[in-house]
Design a protein around this ligand. Sequence first.
Ligand code: SAH
Ligand code: SF4
Ligand code: F3S
Length: 405
Amino acid sequence: MGYTPEQQAYAARLRALFGGADAPPLAFVDTYGCQQNEADSERLRGMLFEMGCGFTTCEEEADIIVINTCAVREHAEMRVLGNVGALIHAKRKKPNQLIVLCGCMMQEPEAVEKVRRSYRHVDLVFGPHALPRFPELLWKALARAGRIFDSDGGGGPIAEGLPVRRGAPPRAWVSIMYGCDNFCSYCIVPHVRGRERSRSPEAVLGEVEALVRDGYTELTLLGQNVNSYGKGLTPAVDFAALLTEVCRVPGDFTVGFMTSHPKDATRRMLDVMEENTKIRRHLHLPFQSGSDRILRAMGRGYTRASYERLIDDARARMPDLDLTSDVIVGFPGETEEDFADTLSLMERVRFHNLFTFIYSKRPGTPAADLLDDTPPAVKRERMARLLALQKRLREENGELANVDT
Ligand code: SAH
Ligand code: SF4
Ligand code: F3S
């Protein structure tokens, strides 16, 4: 698909349209969710800039409001819907304001239906797959009286060449792959982001070279599971090989990556980290649970013992390694014993930082069909114990207690 001449022509038409106005329209882009969404918002801003828009951080001042949504937990969805609901007031004052909802939540049929029925002030809705067609969709939303919904599709080749508007140096995201094939039983991401697709090494290296030339010095390679980078590409390439090539790009910069999946993190990747001083000494390696029974039910594809071995190996090679992780509390059927396994894994590993989540049921995922009879109060109490432990571990490590929830 790519950023086609057709889309560029729509962007040019919009530029001509907006150029006729007294002042360029102002766009406000609001982003929920993970770094992948942040990176997508940089592309949305890139396309808006090409259309001749300016930017604002004030919703009421904006002519175009773009909300890039996340579906990973119910809480994220409620926040989006709450904020979108509140936009009706801004729009009453500014009836020509265009409200756009995009991103992962807009690839979920139930959420789209809710917006269609109950959020009638939203003008344009599209999912992550339609992002490269943003100029066309925006043109149609402006040109036509009706609302536009486009949450179909998926797959297809990666859209290279989209314009990007990043933040100022030093930090920059570089997406190396999209989608996920893992289907962890609790997770909506593969359902909304589609199958795993890797960018070619040439495209990634070209972007890295350009960023280094532009003065970006802290690069982060992004993917839901960077360790399975390269699947399906010819000639064959894997993440360790890509990382090696990225480090060969001349210039003064560091590179990090996320997210690593414990089942696919290879010794070769650790070798490459060890050998290259450009790679930051940090691994984000979500463990999710310390109980083998729960890990199996989650479909994570590793055991507690194999996770511990990987950590031991990484630390033996790089004693200064920062380890961060994600953990889910209250997965369906989690017993007190399973939870104790999570706490003991934390004691064993002593993470530098932990992103902690109470299990959120995602309709359409296999875990949504499991019996979940742990009372919410028990889950909250487990979460409080987990946070207290992480705080203590960090204090013992002499670090500021700083736990993300
Ligand atoms: N691809 C990454 C994670 C992406 S989602 C990986 O596999 O590690 C980020 C985090 O959100 C996950 O690691 C998990 O801890 C959490 N998460 C995902 N789905 C969730 C759900 N249904 N309920 C609670 N937390 C969830
Ligand atoms: Fe979700 Fe699992 Fe894929 Fe991560 S690896 S995005 S948790 S399905
Ligand atoms: Fe959310 Fe989509 Fe990222 S569901 S966590 S924004 S891939």
